[in-house]
Every structure is written in structure tokens, then in C-alpha cells.
Design a protein around this ligand. Structure first.
Ligand SMILES: [Zn+2]
Length: 273
């Protein structure tokens, strides 16, 4: 499933191909994904120029002067920039045509989204899908003190608090396990029991791990935009994730797998206290 780093790498990959380009057409090959496509999208966007791109959590934002196109990759979505005459494949449900090129969304499981937020509807940050989101983990406001202050009344396990996304976005299942390992924090620890110093370690770990994932993804950037590109999503050399029973890379203790909130958590019972 695309996580924050994949979405950010996608944004950086497509940005030079869409920013400053005029939309020549929109093709909807399905009624919608997780939600219906706005049926007026072709009329709304044709003739308008892309002013920029942005990302909020796992939402990719394509900015126009009269509104914002919100794109979510769901469980299995991919965006690619292709020559405009590339024949669509089975799961290619949405095209943003930009003259000689097309920005094409493929989404086999159709859990993604393409939505429109007009300027008249107010600030994009207040959109129903965006307003409950926590702060950006790579933004300036995110640090150990933020985590500490926001968790004083949270008795749930720290792993689940991170996944909830209302304090900080983008720390999905993989990155939560990996960050807690790097910060030496047991994923079962109640969030309100963790002190400021340990949260400072955790915030740093989250920043470093996400930044490394984005950097690594950048090296496979062409896969996002090539006609024959592979999925473009990248596997890091994980310390805990999906390594059940394998020796910890630090202390050789077998990595343990537990279930928290119906999601698998991986951790080292020796390194993480
Ligand atoms: Zn260990």
C-alpha cells in the first residue's frame, strides 16, 4: 500500500510534468473509485493551468487557481506520466490530459480517490478528508515535545496512537514499527507513559526513516513515470517489519510479531523496552 514516502516521491516525480501545463482534457473510464468521480470534472478542468502540486498526509493535491484536485492512491493506485496516445489498460480509470502527455491513474482495487475542492468551498485544509489529519512528520512543528504534549491523555499503545494519524500523519504500519525500534520503545507502551526524552528520540526516528524512504524512492523515480516502469514502490532494508522469528540486527533476539488493532506489529523484545 502506498505510504507517505511513496506519495511524496510520486508528487516529486510528476510535478515537473504537470506544473505550468494546461489541461487539455479529462477522461473518466469508470463512475468512480472509493467515491464517485465528480462528473463535471472535464468541464471544471479543461483549459485551466496547473499552478503547483502539494501533499497533505497521503493526499496528493494538484493546485489550480479555481480549486484543488485531490488524489489518493488508495491500496493499489499508481500515477504515471505517459505519452498522450498510450492505450489505456484495464485499471486505468482516470486521465488528466496535458497536451502531449497524460497523467494517468491506475487503481486495480479502486480504493483511491479523485475529488474536486473549489475555491468557493473554502480552505482546502478544512476539506472533510483533510481537517482531522495530524501535523506533517517532516514539517517544522513536529518534534518530541509535540508528541509528548499530545499524548498526555492517550492511554492506548504508542503504536496504535501513531497509526491513528490524528497527532502526526504518515506513520503507517511499516514506519511505526521501524521508528519504535530505532527509538528503543516497546510498541505496547501506553502513549501517556512515555516521557519527553523518549519522544524526542521517537520524533527523530520518524523523521529520519521517512526521509530515508523518500530519498531511496527518489532513486527509482523514473519507474513512476516510465511507460514500462515497475510499481515504483520500494522496499527498504527493514529492522523489524515482516522479519518475524529472524534475528534482531542489533542483538540477535528473534523479532516478535503481535497484533495490535488488527494490524501486525514487529519488534525486538530485548532492544525495545
Ligand atoms: Zn534487539
Amino acid at each position: 500500500m502506498p505510504e507517505l514516502p511513496e506519495v511524496e516521491v510520486t508528487r516529486r516525480g510528476v510535478a515537473p510534468h504537470v506544473e505550468g501545463r494546461m489541461v487539455s482534457g479529462v477522461v473518466l473510464r469508470h463512475t468512480g473509485l472509493r467515491w464517485p468521480f465528480p462528473p463535471q470534472l472535464p468541464e471544471i478542468l479543461a483549459g485551466h493551468t496547473v499552478r503547483g502540486t502539494a501533499r497533505r498526509g497521503k493526499y496528493l493535491l494538484i493546485l489550480f487557481e479555481h480549486g484543488t484536485l485531490i488524489v489518493h492512491l488508495g491500496m493499489s493506485g499508481h500515477l504515471r506520466v505517459l505519452p498522450h496516445d498510450t492505450p489505456p489498460k484495464k485499471h486505468d480509470h482516470f486521465d488528466l490530459q496535458l497536451g502531449e502527455q497524460v497523467l494517468r491513474l491506475s487503481d486495480p482495487r479502486r480504493f483511491g480517490a479523485v475529488l474536486w475542492h473549489a475555491v468557493e468551498e473554502g480552505d482546502i485544509g478544512n476539506h472533510l478528508l483533510l481537517r482531522g489529519l495530524g501535523i506533517e512528520p517532516l514539517g517544522e512543528a513536529f518534534d518530541g515535545e509535540w508528541l509528548y504534549r499530545q499524548t498526555r491523555n492517550r492511554t492506548a499503545a504508542i503504536k496504535q496512537v501513531l497509526l491513528a494519524g490524528d497527532i502526526v500523519v504518515g506513520v503507517g504500519n511499516i514506519y511505526a514499527s521501524e521508528s519504535l525500534f530505532r527509538a528503543c520503545i516497546n510498541p505496547k507502551t501506553p502513549a501517556h507513559r512515555i516521557g519527553l526524552v523518549r519522544y524526542e528520540r521517537l520524533a527523530l526516528a520518524i523523521r529520519e526513516i521517512l526521509a530515508a524512504a523518500i530519498e531511496q524512492g527518489g532513486s527509482s523515480l523514473r519507474d513512476f513515470i516510465g511507460v514500462n516502469g515497475q510499481s515504483g514502490y520500494f522496499q527498504q532494508n527493514y529492522f523489524t517489519y515482516a522479519r518475524t522469528g529472524e534475528p534482531c540486527r542489533i542483538c540477535n533476539t528473534p523479532i516478535r510479531q503481535i497484533v495490535q488493532g488488527q494490524r501486525s506489529t514487529f519488534y525486538c523484545p530485548n532492544c525495545q523496552k
